[in-house]
Design a protein around this ligand. Structure first.
Ligand code: FAD
Length: 413
């Protein structure tokens, strides 16, 4: 029997890791990518001979999938935390002092959090407890000190994962595994790719048949195969893996009523990154602007990343909530002025991301995840991507690997 031929839509980390897992199972794989390049939200730019990431940047060393992939496709990496730690500023430009007591309180909270952490969140997918459907703010208020909550808001909201009074605690638990928090606290085991995250995925992509710049106009899933129309040609496949945003598939996929109903529940945030040339002495790995992690302060810079050290090129991270780029450009300038008295010279690139697909508490209460996962394998289709296991690169890879392992033998294709 011929090996099945599977079409994958999207050459981001989810699509490429699904391709890798399917190839290991013996399937033939063709990946369709709408861009002229691979990597999805891993987007890197070279400025003055150094690479800067405007999308994904951090890799966590302990992640097994990360270790396996970087063994197969070796990369030069560098510690995210340089010998200097990050700096924190308030909106009036002050650097808050944090003494021994503050650190001790955080440490005790972290120990408490680690002991009580529900281990099921370390498994692929969302196996939820109902109490975790509530927004993070309600969830943490009873359990944790204000200091600890401030600390975690910093790595949730500033990193694009929404506002603590809106986003369900389940997402927070999925992301803030104790080992990640300990790693951040100890400034250990957290890396960036020296030559840019995107170049890593380009290397992975070389092993596959990828149709770049392919504008898919229609996908029909029928009893005798999956038919993909792109340009003037129509090709037949045995199975389909959707590895792009589910909520945007309606324009080309023959979605069923159930699929439509579920996909339309998925929400995202307007998160933006700005690659800037700056003047000033910015020699820390990153700069947080505290008191900007709330809806009222949308459009203010939450964080600046200085991935390559004090090179005069930095990336600003903004929860924009629909504000114009002009307003945000002014705030980039204000923010640099407040922090170290620097100035904005030029904006080199800017990206608008529909970031962090998630659903609201009401949808979780209504069984969104079991319903979505019941669709796996139906209509010759498997689905991978951020919504299934949280928006980080290696959680996406873990999900693709897990799903292919679980479904491949039973998949009716
Ligand atoms: C600013 C920012 C910072 C981040 N920081 C981190 C970080 O530090 N660490 C971390 O682990 N993660 C980080 N992430 C998250 C991480 O990048 C994503 O979770 C991950 O890239 C998701 O992978 P994916 O393959 O599911 O989706 P994507 O990366 O979005 O890839 C989807 C691919 O599908 C393609 N596609 C879409 N529609 C079609 C179509 N119709 N036809 C063909 N192709 C299509 C897209 O062009 C894209 O290439 C960050 C993301 C952003 C935006």
């Amino acid at each position: 029997m011929n090996p099945p031929h599977i079409a994958i839509i999207g050459a981001g980390p989810s699509g490429l890791s699904a391709a890798h897992a399917l190839k290991k199972k013996g399937a033939n794989v063709t990946v369709f990518e709408k861009n002229a390049f691979a990597g999805g939200q891993c987007r890197s730019y070279e400025v003055d001979g150094k690479w800067y990431d405007m999308g994904a940047i951090i890799c966590i060393e302990h992640n097994e999938a990360y270790q396996r992939f970087t063994q197969q496709w070796p990369q030069q990496t560098q510690a995210f935390f340089t010998p200097r730690k990050g700096a924190r500023y308030t909106r009036d430009g002050k650097m808050p002092k944090r003494g021994k007591r503050w650190h001790l309180r955080i440490l005790l909270q972290l120990i408490n959090y680690s002991i009580r952490y529900p281990r099921q969140y370390q498994q692929p997918g969302f196996s939820l407890r109902r109490k975790d459907h509530r927004p993070i703010k309600q969830f943490t208020r009873r359990r944790q000190s204000a200091e600890f909550s401030d600390h975690t808001d910093m790595i949730m909201t500033a990193y694009g994962y929404g506002y603590p009074d809106e986003v369900s605690a389940a997402y927070y638990l999925k992301y803030c595994e104790p080992r990640i928090l300990w790693g951040m606290g100890r400034r250990k085991g957290i890396y960036t790719m020296s030559n840019g995250y995107q170049n890593f995925w380009h290397q992975v992509a070389e092993d596959f048949d990828i149709r770049y710049s392919s504008a898919i106009s229609q996908i029909e899933r029928q009893s005798d195969g999956v038919f993909i129309q792109h340009g003037n040609s129509k090709e037949r496949f045995d199975g389909l893996v959707i590895a792009c945003a589910l909520q945007k598939t309606q324009s080309f996929l023959d979605t069923t009523e159930t699929e439509n109903a579920l996909f339309s529940k998925i929400q995202t945030y307007d998160y933006r990154t700005y690659l800037c040339r700056v003047r000033g002495n910015y020699d820390r790995p990153f700069y947080h602007q505290l008191d900007t992690f709330s809806k009222e302060n949308a459009g203010h810079v939450m964080m600046w990343g200085a991935q390559q050290g004090n090179t005069g090129v930095m990336v600003a991270y903004v929860q924009a909530d629909g504000l114009s780029d002009e307003i945000i450009h002014q705030r980039l300038q204000e923010s640099l002025q407040l922090m170290e008295g620097g100035e904005l010279v030029e904006i080199l690139q800017q990206h608008h991301w529909d970031y962090f697909p998630h659903v609201k508490q009401a949808e979780l209460d209504d069984g969104f995840y079991p319903k979505l996962n019941n669709l796996q394998g139906q209509n010759r289709t498997l689905m991978v991507g951020e919504i299934f296991n949280f928006s980080t690169v290696w959680k996406c890879v873990e999900w693709s690997e897990h799903l292919i392992e679980k479904e491949y033998g039973n998949w009716k294709i």
